[in-house]
Design a protein around this ligand. Structure first.
Ligand code: HEM
Length: 412
């Protein structure tokens, strides 16, 4: 992994909107190790009460990991995948046909934490609906491509079974975002609690499988992937990043919306198995943690560059109404030229100029802050819709992509 200097990390952080609004830095943040070593200890002191136990980089998933190791070794995974296909809504009964210890585990975890606040979750759902265009673009092109410059994530995704079919994987990840953003996501009739629990189990399976991959072992800087600290890093690339961009783009975003959006992410991260005490309690704390653990680790890797090319290349299959040059420049716009250079995104200076002037105009018009409809309005509109279709429907059929537990790794 490239060892970024603090200054370089800071510059990148500013570009990503992760270092801009100066939040008060809590005491634990300044006590962390220097930039460049995050992920190997930086989160140790994060979060109230965390100092008492091990840091999140030493926490994986005590409840799910040993269970999934047994399920994989016992050859139960294909049966589980079949049995849970019809398990979709939060209030669906735990399906039949599962090994009894697996069913007992699901019964135990398939619920909201006691501190979940339905009023805030309902507000978050409404916020997601009101802001879906921006959220979609930021998660899809911002967070999605950012994941390819988080080396640990890129390497594990690339060398796991799903890495071989990025369109399918991107669609599954979108299922998570889609279910999370649905109006009744956390209600009994919603689907997010189930989707999060399926994801938690997939992560547990990956922790058992990846250490058996000679390819992953050759490039990894850790012995077990997807620690609680890694999940928090990914949360910052999603929630914290989007939060900052909405502020930076001056989208109307009242305090109650901000609080609700954070709460939704706190519940989501907890459902993925991260203990409560390690989850940031305020956006200021999230931002400080993000500056400490996400910004310094961003760097290119062979795997990440390939994944980004796969992801952006998917769009060649459908007509997005824009050129690849435009897409490259949009990614540069939301993530920085440094990330664009790392990923080798070919420049298109005409498209760059267009994005930098037309996107802010598109926002102003959509928000009713300017009466002038930009001439590019329909182009952006079509671009957004086509991207949504591509990921949600895999470009063709309208079926959602089921999350399935892998039984092996990417062969090579
Ligand atoms: C699988 C979401 C954190 C690595 C998945 C899946 C979802 C998901 C929805 C299932 C879909 C699929 O199989 O592709 C998330 C979210 C995270 C998070 C919301 C944090 C907020 C991480 C981290 C890593 C990681 C930190 C690694 C450092 C993987 C891998 C798979 C996976 C390797 C399996 C892909 C396969 O099937 O081969 N994740 N994830 N995830 N995730 Fe995560």
């Amino acid at each position: 992994m490239e060892n970024l200097s603090r200054r370089r990390a800071l510059t990148l952080g500013v570009a990503l909107g992760l270092a801009g609004a100066a939040a008060p830095v809590p005491a634990w943040a300044s006590a962390g190790p220097a930039a460049g070593t995050a992920g190997t200890g930086a989160l140790t002191e994060a979060g109230a009460g965390a100092a008492a136990g091990p840091g999140p980089e030493w926490i994986w998933d005590d409840a799910a990991d040993p269970l999934m190791a047994r399920m994989i070794e016992g050859g139960h995974v294909p049966a589980i995948n079949r049995a849970w296909e019809s398990w979709v809504n939060n209030n669906d009964p735990i399906p039949g046909g599962l090994p009894s210890d697996f069913a007992a585990y699901l019964t135990q975890v398939n619920r909201l934490p006691s501190w979940a606040d339905q009023t805030k979750l309902a507000r978050a759902a409404d916020f997601n609906r009101r802001r879906d265009t921006y959220l979609f673009m930021l998660y899809g092109l911002g967070s999605g491509i950012m994941s390819t410059v988080i080396p640990r994530e890129a390497k594990s995704v690339y060398w796991s079974a799903g890495g071989a079919d990025m369109q399918d994987r991107a669609a599954k990840t979108f299922t998570f975002g889609y279910d999370l953003s649905e109006l009744g996501a956390f209600k009994p009739t919603g689907q997010f609690v189930v989707t999060a629990n399926k994801t938690r189990v997939v992560h547990a399976a990956v922790r058992h499988l990846l250490p058996q991959s000679p390819h992953w072992k050759a490039v990894a800087d850790e012995s077990i992937p997807i620690s609680a600290a890694d999940i928090l890093v990914t949360f910052h690339s999603l929630g914290t990043y989007v939060h900052q961009k909405l502020l930076e783009w001056r989208i109307p975003y009242p305090a109650a919306d901000q609080e609700a959006f954070l709460h939704m992410w706190q519940v989501a991260v907890h459902l993925l198995g991260v203990p409560y005490e390690h989850i940031p309690k305020t956006w200021a704390e999230a931002l400080a943690q993000s500056r400490q653990v996400l910004t310094p680790v961003l760097s290119p890797s062979t795997e990440g560059i390939r994944l980004a090319e796969d992801l952006l290349g998917l769009t060649a299959q459908v007509d997005l109404g824009v050129t690849r040059g435009f897409l490259n420049e949009f990614v540069r716009y939301v993530l920085s030229d440094q990330v664009g250079d790392w990923l080798g995104l070919r420049r298109d200076y005409a498209a760059a100029a267009l994005v930098r002037t037309a996107w802010p105009a598109f926002i102003l018009f959509r928000e009713g802050l300017s009466p002038v409809m930009p001439s590019t309005f329909y182009m952006f509109d079509q671009f957004i819709r086509a991207l949504a279709m591509l990921f949600l429907n895999k470009g063709s059929s309208g079926t959602t992509t089921p999350i399935t537990i892998p039984t092996g790794n990417r062969p090579g």
